[in-house]
Design a protein around this ligand. Structure first.
Ligand SMILES: C[S@@+](CC[C@H](N)C(=O)[O-])C[C@H]1O[C@@H](n2cnc3c(N)ncnc32)[C@H](O)[C@@H]1O
Length: 300
């Protein structure tokens, strides 16, 4: 028989809940202020060197990391997700995420133009586009104003369950008959076009590894708005203001090589000037412009 009574945490009272919410808010504010100060001061002579010293000197490394909080780099997406979990405010599934995407794509953004340009000729013979990370269908609503979909064409969104549930309601409200929602990733098998816009960096496995599971493989893969690095893959945090998410910076050459191994040829690539990712105190890992790429299956 154990002499130590089992640990039972004190029940949460309104007071303790309020205190913990306040602590969280203060921590988020402090992390934001630190990030903003680092970003502003980084332009001054001598500051990058000082930051390098703070990050690497054994005595300052740990306190500097604590001060930076979650706004730094992580070895894996899982590590970044763990660090941001208490501060994510719903992350991808927050209501704000849906509002943000519908508002952002009321009109095309600069990076939507290359996507529209490359999609138009593909659509003449396409029957199904699989929109991975398609949120509530924001790109369907935006692109359908500029593209002509052939008869019987289906734009199929796959996202997190909460976002797809919201998307189904919106589609019914807007009577969007060509917009449907997939049940699982494997539904992307045999799609004419796989669209991965603004989402490749949220998956713990690189997209080619996910595509390798599909049978038959999608004929075209259009990737847009993703932060690719020329260095080693790392994870970090994106702060969208009202919510926060972890993301992965995949290596561009490794990504292209993995698509090549699957039988895809790189048809086009473009820079996404309107989206960058600044990681405070890590200029070597920051991404000045996101990327877009189009792959075509040449060896099915
Ligand atoms: C930045 S939004 C992109 C929305 C849209 N495709 C665009 O380009 O405007 C990223 C989307 O990826 C979705 N996402 C993140 N992790 C996901 C996962 N594990 N499975 C499916 N969707 C995911 C999010 O819910 C969100 O809707």
């Amino acid at each position: 028989m154990s002499l130590i009574p089992p640990f039972s945490p004190a029940p949460a009272t309104p007071r303790t809940l309020w205190r913990s919410a306040l602590r969280k808010r203060l921590r988020v504010r402090q992390v934001k202020m630190t990030a903003s100060a680092i970003n502003r001061l980084s332009y001054l002579p001598g500051i990058p060197r000082l930051l390098r010293g703070l990050k690497t000197f054994p005595l300052t490394r740990a306190p500097f990391r604590v001060t930076q909080g979650y706004m730094r780099i992580f070895p894996s997406l899982a590590d970044a997700e763990r660090a941001i979990a208490p501060f994510a405010e719903g992350g991808h599934q927050s209501e704000a995420n849906v509002e943000l995407h519908l508002a952002a794509n009321e009109y095309p953004r600069p990076s939507d133009y290359p996507a529209l340009f490359y999609l138009e000729p593909l659509l003449t013979t396409a029957r199904r586009l699989f929109d991975l990370g398609g949120n509530v269908g924001n790109l369907f609503y935006c692109y359908s104003r500029y593209l002509e979909f052939p008869p019987g064409f289906q734009w199929q969104v796959f996202d997190l369950p909460v976002n797809m549930a919201r998307g189904r309601l919106l589609a019914a409200e807007r009577q969007a008959r060509q917009l449907t929602f997939a049940d699982r990733w494997s539904d992307a098998s045999g799609a004419d076009i796989l669209l991965a816009s603004g989402c490749l960096h949220y998956f713990p496995r690189a997209l080619p590894a996910m595509i390798a599971e599909l049978q038959p493989l999608p004929r075209h893969v259009l990737i847009n708005r993703t932060p690719l690095t020329d260095g080693a893959p790392i994870a970090t945090i994106q702060d969208a203001g009202r919510f926060r998410v972890a993301c992965m910076l995949y290596n561009r050459q490794q990504l292209v090589a993995a698509f090549d191994q699957l039988g895809y040829a790189l048809e086009a690539f473009w820079s996404v000037p309107e989206v960058s990712l600044v990681i405070p105190a890590y200029p070597e890992h920051s991404i000045p412009a996101y990327s877009g790429l189009l792959f075509r299956l040449v060896h099915p």
